[in-house]
Design a protein around this ligand. Structure first.
Ligand SMILES: C[S@@+](CC[C@H](N)C(=O)[O-])C[C@H]1O[C@@H](n2cnc3c(N)ncnc32)[C@H](O)[C@@H]1O
Length: 391
């Protein structure tokens, strides 16, 4: 059963996992508008045994009318079906979600709240598990030699307050610390495993003054106008609503300060020889990410989005990481890490055929050969953009 209300919310029951899923926004002006939703929940519960899941982790908004109606129905059903354990699945990404739904659990013994967040953003699970660590590690090593100078041109000055939002495994923060010695350096991410890794590396290097913080870039628990320079690298491109993050970056930046973002245009990765095979694979990378609602073609759009958010003096630079920059083995390692994740878990999760995956992998291998061949050329273009928050 799938129901929808004017495209505002979607709901449906998955019998296999006994899970009733509500996503979107629930903002009825009266309970009657929710009649079919509430009836749907009742019908679903009538057919379950053991455990019933009410999955609200993608429910982005609920007004009081809807919450009271849901509360009443769950309370009634749970007291009628004492043989069933009701589990409300919330998301830590939405600050209010667990807190609000816990009120229902507190008043009903067979109702519990479980907080999950790895699936809230379409690509979250790929990004948060360990598979991304080798990608991020090598990427930062390759981009730093370009970014070190660019950061100065984009207004980063030593001894200022800096935040790196979506910091990943923290390598960039460590490099910032060493090069620019900020007076305050906060690095925030939503992946606990990446933060754990980041803290370990920092402590191995004896760096004690980087604040590694768990948080949601779309809803930062940071006061307005806090930082002189805010960075967010390779991350707007992996959110389905990058404008939400940009607004937060704008908010926490001090007036007169700057926000600096980097993003890619994956379909423009290139190489010689075997240019066609390489180009085909990277066009497919862009389609694969877009299947998971991520726009890895965001780079050239970033200047426009900064302007639309209200930034002024927007600067946009492009640089190309190539096999000619340094050790070609480093670039080859990045490409291999991309292949492992993109043609591995991501392609499998999309349901790609073995035939497609073989061709997909071939393009990465051709890119690696181009990077390692003495006469070859391999490139990965990146857009670095920044804007000033008006005074
Ligand atoms: C492609 S990685 C880039 C990491 C890092 N900036 C770099 O360039 O190496 C994207 C990062 O965004 C983080 N992320 C995903 N969703 C997030 C959220 N809602 N809030 C904060 N970080 C998030 C992921 O955990 C991941 O570390």
């Amino acid at each position: 059963m799938v129901m929808a209300n004017k495209g505002v919310f979607q709901a449906g029951f998955n019998e296999n996992n006994q899970e009733f899923i509500i996503s979107g926004k629930l903002r009825p002006s009266n309970e009657i508008e929710l009649e079919s939703l509430l009836r749907g929940i009742e019908e679903a519960v009538a057919n379950v045994q053991g455990r019933f899941y009410l999955n609200v982790k993608r429910l982005a908004y609920i007004n009081n009318i809807a919450f009271c109606a849901l509360h009443r129905v769950i309370a009634q059903l749970s007291s009628r079906r004492l043989d069933v354990q009701f589990v409300i699945v919330t998301s830590s990404v939405l600050g209010w979600s667990t807190r609000k739904f816990s009120a229902i659990a507190q008043r009903n013994d067979n109702v519990a709240v479980a907080e999950y967040d790895t699936e809230f953003y379409p690509g979250q699970s790929f990004l948060e598990d360990g598979g991304f660590i080798p990608i991020l590690r090598n990427q930062t090593r390759l981009t730093w030699r370009h970014e070190r100078d660019l950061l100065t041109q984009h207004g980063l000055q030593p001894g200022t307050d800096v935040a790196d939002i979506c910091c990943g495994i923290g390598d960039f923060a460590v490099l910032l610390k060493k090069e620019f010695d900020p007076s305050r350096l906060l690095a925030l991410d939503h992946s606990r495993s990446s933060l754990e890794y980041a803290r370990k590396i920092a402590s191995d290097f004896g760096l004690t003054d980087i604040e590694y913080v768990y948080g949601d870039a779309a809803e930062l628990l940071i006061a307005d106008n806090t930082f002189d320079f805010v960075t967010c690298r390779h991350s707007l491109q992996i959110f389905d609503k990058p404008d939400m993050i940009l607004r937060e970056l704008f908010r926490i930046c001090k007036p007169g300060g700057r926000v600096y973002v980097t993003n890619e245009k994956n379909s423009h990765c290139l190489g010689e020889p075997r240019a066609d095979s390489i180009q085909w694979t990277y066009s497919e990378v862009a389609k694969l990410f877009s299947h998971f609602k991520m726009d890895v073609e965001y780079g050239p759009k970033s200047g426009r989005y900064l302007m639309d958010t209200g930034f002024e003096d927007v600067k946009v630079d492009t640089f190309m990481v190539t096999n000619r920059d340094g050790d070609p083995q480093d670039f080859a390692a990045v490409i291999q890490a991309w292949e492992d994740v993109y043609a591995g878990q991501m392609a499998r999760d999309r349901g790609d055929s073995a035939e497609f995956i073989a061709r997909f992998r071939q393009g990465f291998q051709d890119h690696i050969s181009a990077a390692l061949h003495p006469k070859g050329y391999a490139g990965w273009p990146i857009w670095a953009a920044s804007g000033r928050k008006p005074l």
